[in-house]
Design a protein around this ligand. Structure first.
Ligand code: DMJ
Length: 633
């Protein structure tokens, strides 16, 4: 028989537990309670739980002030700081990054919880402060839109002097024609593919592609500013309504950091700066936050692909067997990310791109050149391939534009640009036997004598940068820009369609022509008309409008279909074989640059705006707002 021994000096608990057991149980219970509360406050994304528990907490005084001025009741969602801690901390970032995130949080708290009278007065004065709309899960930061607009040197759409001078002028009719093309491209997209990323005009349906991580409506976001600029008001309202109602960010696919940045973030930022509509600012910032995990690498150089669901990242499989980040991709974030900081008050965006700059400053450059492949793990170049076309292009563009966007204060960017350009001139620039100037591609010292269509933006870039070069180089750069643009025009002029191929060569007696069918296609790309636009603004030489008009005619003849515009597979065949794709950049860039080419110079004046690499205008930082952005734009 089992006898249960109960020592007389230990009284049994009411639940039949002895005292030491009871003590241990209580200890366990209190530990559990502490853990639960700890998790409530420390876990990312705990704002929903916090609301549940803290619903009756008194609101911060600073937030009341902002909400009152904005004229909206303040929702609890607005209290979550932007950019919650990234899902996966960067290897090697450990303590430093948590310190940085505490600092960021403090900055954010200072911004959103103003306590002093000075801050309150600033908010109260700014009648144009963007509103914090609860239903949009607003970003708790106020941007003084009216003050920003008052600092611009020119009306956004210009004074349209030519219209008042001569209402029926040729240039006006040309501009109207381009506007009609935009209208047609938009209507076709709307009819057959509304909400999808791109229109397929032959099959009359939409296409999502796999670059945007499940985001939709790339054509809509890319078109917003072009519609606005062309005063297509009804269409602009349709696009805006779609963004408000249907542009959802809770997607979970893999996205290209570069493409999402230049098209979506760029498009939303421009739409905000042109209209002051809060929905664009908020969506741009929230989408920007979704891109941040791409930077979780040992060097801080982002990888090309980010997984929106897991927050993991990876390099493109084709980039040196998945080991490299691409110069043009990580080098074309600077403009947008500084504006994300400007509009959110969150330093994290600016920190990310400044770090990229730091890595690039430090690394050894072969002959002063920047190769296209860099390891985000070791920070070393992975291959010595240098190109001003694909893989390299917009890195150079963003250097000179960073300088311009900073109202000429970012001297580092300017120096990097001119140093890089000198190296390019020394090692890549060539003149063909027929007298055509071109920028070849460099492979460890050996030249490929070809130029991609993408490289044709460089005429415009060099023209744009010419004015700030050393005095003795200015005329030279102007001439160089004109010569490169002329070469790119030749690549169009030498085809049967008067549209240019994807790549053209200078060898075996052939000049400025593609040498194989696989390079003979034209996919509605903008780079050549982009250069015409800059050269026109710089010189007012009528040749650029003539050349631009040739493109308009060719687009109409060979790329216009019953249901939108399409690329063609062979520019050397006058019987077009369409590729069934109306690219988003056709509406964002090609038609916009054409429209600007036939407009007055003060429409989106280059004194006030820089265009991102998808032609989305971002404002120059004329102000003393450096303290707001925590640095220079
Ligand atoms: C655009 O998406 C951008 O201009 C990018 O920088 C390069 N390629 C396309 C247009 O050709």
């Amino acid at each position: 028989m089992l006898v249960r021994k109960v020592p007389v000096f230990v009284p049994a608990s009411p639940w039949g537990l002895r005292l030491p057991q009871k003590f241990l149980f209580l200890l366990f219970l209190s530990g559990l309670v502490t853990l639960c509360f700890g998790a409530l406050f420390l876990l990312p994304n705990s704002s929903r739980l916090k609301r549940l528990f803290l619903a009756h907490r008194t609101q911060q005084p600073g937030l009341e002030v902002v909400a009152e001025v904005a004229g909206h009741p303040l929702a609890r969602e607005q209290e979550s700081p932007p950019n919650p801690a990234p899902a996966v901390p960067a290897p090697g970032e450990g303590d430093a990054s948590s310190q940085a995130s505490i600092r960021r949080r403090k900055v954010w708290l200072r911004r959103t919880h103003p306590t002093g009278t000075r801050e309150m007065a600033t908010v109260a004065r700014s009648s144009g402060s963007t509103a914090l709309r609860p239903q949009e899960g607003g970003i708790p930061f106020s941007f003084d839109f009216n003050a920003f607009r008052s600092r611009l040197r020119h009306p956004v759409l210009g004074t349209r002097a030519d219209e008042s001078k001569e209402p029926q002028s040729l240039v006006r009719a040309q501009r109207e024609k381009i506007k009609e093309m935009m209208q047609f491209a938009w209507q076709s997209y709307k009819l057959y593919a509304m909400g999808k990323n791109e229109l397929r005009p032959l099959t009359k349906d939409g296409y999502e592609g796999n670059m945007f991580g499940g985001l939709s409506g790339a054509t809509i976001i890319d078109s917003l500013d072009t519609l606005y600029l062309m005063e297509l008001q009804e269409e602009f309202q349709e696009a805006k309504a779609w963004v408000e109602e249907n542009f959802h960010l809770n997607v979970s696919g893999e996205a290209s950091l570069f493409e999402v940045n230049i098209r979506y973030i760029g498009g939303l930022l421009s739409a905000f700066y042109l209209t002051g509509e809060e929905v664009f600012r908020i969506k741009a910032i929230k989408l920007g936050e979704k891109l941040l995990p791409a930077f979780n690498t040992p060097t801080g150089i982002p990888k090309g692909v980010v997984n929106f669901k897991s927050g993991s990242n990876r390099s493109w499989g084709w980039a040196m067997a998945g080991s490299s980040s691409i110069l043009a991709e990580f080098g074309s974030l600077h403009l947008e990310f500084l504006h994300l900081t400007e509009l959110s008050g969150n330093q994290v965006f600016a920190e990310k791109v400044r770090n990229i700059r730091k890595v690039l400053r430090k690394i050894n450059k072969p002959f002063g050149l920047y190769p296209n492949f860099l390891s985000p793990v070791s920070g070393n170049w992975m291959q010595h391939h240098v190109s001003v076309g694909g893989l390299g292009d917009s890195f150079y563009e963003y250097l000179i534009k960073s300088w311009l966007m900073s109202a000429k204060t970012d001297v580092e960017a300017k120096d990097m640009y001119y140093e890089a350009l000198e190296a390019i001139e020394t090692y890549l620039l060539n003149v063909s036997p027929g007298g055509l100037t071109y920028i070849a591609e460099w492979r460890g010292g050996i030249l490929d004598h070809k130029m991609g269509h993408l490289a044709c933006f460089s005429g415009g870039m060099i023209a744009l940068g010419a004015e700030d070069a050393k005095e003795e180089k200015r005329a030279h750069y102007r001439e160089l820009a004109a010569q490169i643009t002329k070469t790119c025009h030749e690549s169009y002029a030498r085809s049967d369609t008067k549209l240019g191929p994807e790549a053209f060569w200078f060898n075996s007696g052939r000049e400025a022509v593609a040498t194989q069918l696989s390079e003979s296609y034209y996919i509605l790309r903008p780079e050549v008309v982009e250069s015409y636009m800059y050269l026109w603004r710089q010189t007012h030489d009528p040749i650029y409008r003539e050349w631009g008009w040739e493109v308009v005619m060719a687009l109409e003849k060979y790329c216009r279909t019953e249901a939108g515009f399409s690329g063609i597979q062979d520019v050397y065949s006058s019987i077009p074989n369409h590729d069934n794709k109306q690219q988003t950049f056709f509406l964002a860039e090609t038609l916009k640059y054409l429209y600007l080419l036939f407009s007055e110079d003060d429409m989106l004046s280059l004194e006030d705006w820089v265009f991102n690499t998808e032609a989305h205008p971002l404002p120059v930082n004329h102000s003393d707002s450096s303290s707001r952005a925590g640095g220079r734009l």
